[in-house]
Design a protein around this ligand. Structure first.
Ligand SMILES: Cc1cc2nc3c(=O)[nH]c(=O)nc-3n(C[C@H](O)[C@H](O)[C@H](O)COP(=O)(O)O)c2cc1C
Length: 150
């Protein structure tokens, strides 16, 4: 039986969005939703955006609010969370999302896009942020999708 799957992603410059759309094509009957933040939550400059995110991670600033339609996470067997790697962390809207998912009982996995570094750090920070949730896998791009949907 196919797992009922939701793909949720945050994308700052479009690569993760593209990957999420590809994954949505690869999974039968999946739903796809983008996580949005306020226009001024980050900067158009990558380095300034990185500084804002690090301030949030270090506790100097609140994590960003996210705009997400009313979703009952427990309607899904599997939720795939897509994010770019930001200094070895998931993008900080993912922290807000995972906090909002704390009552989710199903399976959770994460796909990420990156420029090629800090993958191990991403994996360990995602697990930390998803503490208490049932994380079944974390992988780059769509490399592990077949295993996750089994
Ligand atoms: C704030 C910021 C921090 C980043 N940090 C990393 C990093 O640590 N390692 C890496 O490989 N790429 C890093 N990147 C590059 C992105 O992870 C990569 O370009 C990603 O595919 C962008 O996805 P998006 O277009 O969906 O935002 C960073 C990009 C930004 C904007």
């Amino acid at each position: 039986m196919t797992k009922k799957t939701l793909i949720l992603y945050y994308s700052w410059s479009g690569k993760t969005k593209e990957m999420a759309e590809k994954i949505n094509q690869e999974i039968e009957g999946s739903d796809l939703k983008e996580i949005n933040v306020a226009k001024d939550a980050f900067d158009s400059d990558q380095y300034k955006t990185n500084d804002i995110a690090l301030d949030q991670i270090q506790g100097n600033k609140a994590f960003p609010e996210i705009q997400l339609d009313n979703i009952d996470f427990n309607d899904y067997d599997l939720i795939l969370v897509g994010s770019p790697v930001w200094s070895g962390y998931p993008a900080t809207p993912i922290k807000t999302l995972l906090d909002e998912m704390k009552n989710y009982n199903g399976e959770l996995a994460s796909f990420f896009t990156s420029a090629g570094t800090n993958h191990k750090a991403y994996i360990s920070h995602f697990k930390e942020w998803a503490n208490g949730l049932n994380v079944i896998g974390i992988a780059r791009d769509d490399s592990a999708i077949k295993d996750w949907i089994k």
